[in-house]
Design a protein around this ligand. Structure first.
Ligand code: NOJ
Ligand code: CA
Length: 704
């Protein structure tokens, strides 16, 4: 092995070695706990394996591609060279769950070439981190091939046991499924094909969407995902249950018939595996963002993390409508009867929400249903050219709402429901974003409900990946941050594009208002914290106080009120909604927690947790030094003992706990809450009782 060749101190890059030969090679993470080995097998096929803490966690797994009009790349390779290098840096999140992120890894690059014609070249990059691994393919420039049409990527992940898995089906459109808990050998995504609650769904294989998280019998935790999904198709993982193998299955297009088309040179997204001895390690891992490129946008201080309210829950409850005529609230779609209530987005109603926000330390207001087109939304096939992102309904004075909000210190959040007609949105993006820029509006919630038009494209195919990226890039040019619903999955691009502030991409709170299956069960969020949340910020929209939803006899929120508060800390997002109607907060002392809680963090600590059971997270607010703690449990009650050793030794705090009352229960008594001042410092320990479906929230405001 050649010793250190070059040191680039600025980037902290140390090139360790360069070698060639077919014998294979390994790369070890900085602390030595994780090792990736690569070799060519007897057929010259590239294979890799991964060891963690001395045990094999991914056994020999093959890699390759099938193309249109070209032979497959699978075997017959030789290694023409390889390099090993070390990288160390600390970068700063402009907003995030922590300020400083350490990005330390060792990287192996292997250069391959086919020994026989067409003698194509392929490079594979492997990065070993202490919290997991990433690898990607690079198609270098080469004579004879200027582009490829990928029919399939065949990346295998050979598991070493029949792990417990938390998974949603490999739906090419939507991630709004409930999580399933089963052994890998029992994964059956096909049986989940019909789902009455979803306006679009397409599950062609027995596959899962990522992140998919697993726990081995020895307690090792693994989560499979991808990072930096750029100009490529999203990856689902096909399950071969008998062999305990996962294989990449890219999202396709019925229009083109292929998965990906790219000109050379290009790199695929990173295939990532987060690895932790404890469940909480997965949440603390920064692997996914570290595998992305540094910030391309520079200063994004025009976006400020904030809490927000919205003319939103009222439509989901059927209290008001998106459309002007008053026929389309969510009840219309779920129960098939137009309820003829009233239009929600009026100037007067917006001002009512602004007044409430201004009184309660909430800085944003989302208004849905403000623009023309809603009369031709869900259920209509011909949605091209329908929504207009410039023209308000006659009872909504956009400029006046902006003016009034500014006077009160509340910024408007724009809403663009595209109804999955991306070409219509593309046509209007420039003018719509220019309007926002003129009005000083710095964020937009977008939506892609329904089947993509043109029919045959899917939300997670290459064509849509590129659409969602255009919105981010154009948005950035107008100083606009994006919170996408029915989005492309999060793959850590918020590092490169910090205007990608949050997204849905899971079953959010809204399902509790209208889902025909009774809403999100109490175990939902204790699973989400260890699955979807590993991908990036979530616009879950917490804070429902009127848990039983009197307007909806068949629906309710399936948590206690204390858990609704805990979610502001547990579920990370730089924008956090106070989702309930203002009148449901008035006079409730629990509102104080929402007033106080931070949205932008100096550091985050996962204090305990098990996937699907419970989790407790503590976060320190930037600038103030205030700490907030949130804990949630599934349908089981439990007691949790916390140590407050994360607090500053020499500081004093005004601490308030919001916990389940002794007789609280998500169904029988969800709003029974105890709010009390507590006396804690860095030396304190405390045992807290969580009710079935319950939780707790603690605010620790640092005394000056
Ligand atoms: C689905 C989104 O998830 C929801 O938040 C929004 O209210 C509707 N689409 C309308 O755009
Ligand atoms: Ca949705």
């Amino acid at each position: 092995m050649t010793r250190i060749l070059t040191i680039f101190t600025m980037l902290g890059v140390v090139v360790l070695t360069a070698c060639s030969g077919n014998s294979g090679t390994t790369v070890t993470s900085p602390s030595g706990n994780i090792e990736i080995s690569f070799k060519l097998n007897d057929q010259g096929a590239p294979v890799y394996a991964i060891q963690a803490m001395g045990k094999t966690v991914i056994d020999t797994s093959s890699m390759g591609f099938d193309f249109r009009d070209q032979p497959s790349m699978a075997e017959g390779f030789q290694i023409t060279g390889s390099t090993l290098q070390s990288f160390e840096e600390t970068w700063t999140m402009p907003w995030g769950e922590q300020r400083e992120v350490e990005n330390n890894y060792n990287e192996l690059v292997v250069h391959l070439k086919e020994t026989e014609a067409p003698n194509r070249k392929l490079d594979i990059y492997f990065r070993a981190y202490d919290d997991g691994v990433g690898f990607r393919y690079h198609f270098p420039e080469q004579s004879g091939v200027d582009s490829v049409i990928i029919m399939d990527e065949n990346t295998e992940f050979q598991l070493t046991g029949d792990h417990m898995a938390w998974w949603i089906p490999g739906d090419w459109d939507i991630y709004e499924h409930l999580y399933n808990t089963s052994k890998v050998s029992e994964i059956d995504a096909i049986k989940l094909r019909s789902n009455d609650n979803l306006a679009q769904t397409h599950i062609p294989e027995n596959a899962v969407n990522t992140p998919v998280t697993m726990r081995a019998d020895d307690g090792m935790h693994l989560s499979f995902h991808e990072a930096n999904l750029t100009d490529y198709a999203g990856m689902t993982l096909k399950v071969v249950p008998d062999e305990l193998t996962l294989v990449s299955e890219l999202v396709g297009s019925d229009i083109t018939g292929y998965k990906v088309k790219r000109a050379l040179p290009f790199s695929t997204p990173w295939r990532s595996i987060q690895i932790g001895e404890k469940a909480g390690d997965l949440i603390e891992s920064k692997l996914i963002v570290n595998l992305n490129e540094p910030n391309k946008l520079g200063d994004v201080s025009w976006f400020t993390p904030m809490k927000y309210v919205g003319i939103w829950w009222e439509m989901h409850l059927g209290v008001s409508t998106w459309d002007y005529e008053g026929t389309q609230d969510m009840t219309t779609f779920t129960e098939g009867n137009a309820s003829s209530v009233k239009h929600g987005a009026t100037t007067e109603n917006a001002k009512r929400y602004i007044d409430f926000a201004a009184e309660n330390n909430i800085k944003g207001l989302l208004v849905e249903g403000w623009n023309t087109g809603w009369d031709h939304w869900i259920g209509f096939e011909d949605r091209e050219g329908v929504f207009d992102f410039i023209t308000p309904y006659p009872d909504y004075d956009l400029e006046e709402v902006v003016r009034y909000g500014r006077e009160k210190g509340v910024e408007l959040i724009m809403h663009h429901e595209t109804s999955a007609a991306p070409r219509t949105y593309d046509q209007q993006m420039d003018t719509a974003y220019a309007l926002m820029e003129r009005l000083g509006i710095h964020s937009v919630k977008t939506g892609y409900v329904g089947k993509i038009i043109p029919k045959g494209e899917y939300h997670h195919g290459q064509w849509m990946v590129n659409h969602y990226r255009r919105a981010l890039e154009k948005g950035a040019a107008h100083q606009i941050a994006i919170n996408a619903h029915e989005p492309i999955k999060a793959t850590g691009l918020r590092r490169t594009y910090p205007n990608a502030i949050a997204r849905e991409g899971l079953r959010g709170q809204e399902f509790n208002a209208w889902a025909s299956d009774g809403g999100n069960p109490p175990e939902h969020l204790p699973i989400v914290a260890f699955t979807r949340m590993l991908a990036g910020p979530i616009d879950f929209t917490p804070g429902i106080f009127d848990i039983k939803l009197p307007q909806k006899p068949d629906n309710q929120v399936n948590t206690t009120l204390a858990q609704q508060l805990a979610l502001y800390v547990v579920i990370y997002s730089p924008i956090q909604m106070a989702a309930d109607l203002p009148q449901n907060y008035e006079g409730n002392p629990a509102l104080q927690f929402i007033r106080d809680v931070g949205v932008d963090w100096e550091q985050t600590k996962v204090l305990n947790g098990e996937v699907g059971d419970y989790v407790t997270i503590a976060r320190e607010e930037r600038e103030t030094g205030n700490w907030f703690v949130g804990g949630i449990t599934d349908e089981n009650e439990r007691s949790i003992t916390l140590s407050f050793d994360f607090l500053d030794d020499d500081a004093e705090y005004d601490a308030v706990i919001y916990r389940d009352a002794e007789d609280a229960h998500w169904d029988k008594n969800p709003t029974a809450i105890v709010i009390e001042e507590i006396d804690v410092d860095a030396g304190s320990e405390m045992t807290i009782e969580l009710a079935e479906g319950g939780g707790f929230a603690i605010s620790l405001l640092k005394r000056n």
